[in-house]
Write a protein that binds this ligand. Structure first.
Ligand code: DC
Length: 225
């Protein structure tokens, strides 16, 4: 039996995870947030006192790291770092930056590639990330490249942090968004870019509801549902 896959790539704050999760629910597929995997590696580096940009030191940590995913009753994806539930911890602001840095290390990407592919071999999936359509699942039935202007994405990220009770400064969030965009698009390995056969959706002017309707429509047409 072969499984179906939808790849959703794009920069942070374009609405990927919310929309991918909802799309997965709507289609009865599993949702895999691959950014959460890189975040778990970034968190581990920070906890071990290793600079996330120090390639040799980060690679030396991998043998003592096990990243696993499990789904709670409510369908929420939980991340485990050596058995510890770090679902909340990986959402901290400094972990975003660490994740972006460790994700630029080729050895880290190679280490996580098979885990992601296996997931798609065993399930119908909606997977979101930066390189799902270009590298991880080049044969996905549908690829979506979700974008939005940096200011709109920073505003969403800022609102999210505030809603979670965390402190945030909009200008700082915007700078971080732009730094991460630059790093994610300019790294040598698996940079963020639109796959040639991806459908581009720009959500700058769209509400979440409108973005959702657009995505669901595209998915139904493409997968003949
Ligand atoms: O989507 P996110 O913000 O949770 O991702 C965290 C970081 O991980 C992001 O800066 C880029 C990196 N990432 C990646 O390189 N490849 C992926 N497939 C997913 C995320």
């Amino acid at each position: 039996m072969s499984f179906r896959a939808i790849a959703i790539d794009g920069p942070s704050g374009a609405g990927k995870s919310t929309l991918a999760k909802r799309l997965a629910q709507g289609l009865g597929f599993l949702y895999l947030d691959t950014g959460a995997i890189y975040r778990t590696v970034g968190l581990y580096a920070l906890r071990q006192g290793v600079a996330p940009g120090d390639e040799a030191a980060v690679l030396a940590l991998l043998p003592s790291l096990t990243v696993t995913t499990a789904y709670a009753q409510d369908g929420l994806q939980h991340m485990y770092l050596n058995g510890e539930d770090v679902t909340e911890a990986i959402r901290q602001h400094q972990v975003s930056d660490a994740a972006s840095q460790v994700s630029a290390i080729p050895g880290v990407r190679a280490y996580l590639l098979e885990m992601q592919r296996r997931f798609a071999r065993e399930n119908d999936v909606v997977m979101d990330g930066r390189d799902i359509g270009t590298v991880v699942l080049p044969d996905a039935q549908l690829k979506i490249f979700l974008t939005a202007q940096p200011e709109a994405r920073a505003r969403r990220r800022y609102d999210e942090l505030i809603a979670r009770g965390q402190q945030a400064d909009y200008e700082q969030v915007l700078r971080d968004v732009m730094d991460r965009d630059w790093r994610d698009t300019h790294r040598d390995i698996a940079p963020l870019r639109q796959a040639e056969d991806a459908v581009a959706v720009d959500t700058t002017q769209l509400t979440l509801e409108e973005s959702w309707e657009r995505l669901f429509q595209i998915a139904k047409e493409r997968l003949s549902l």
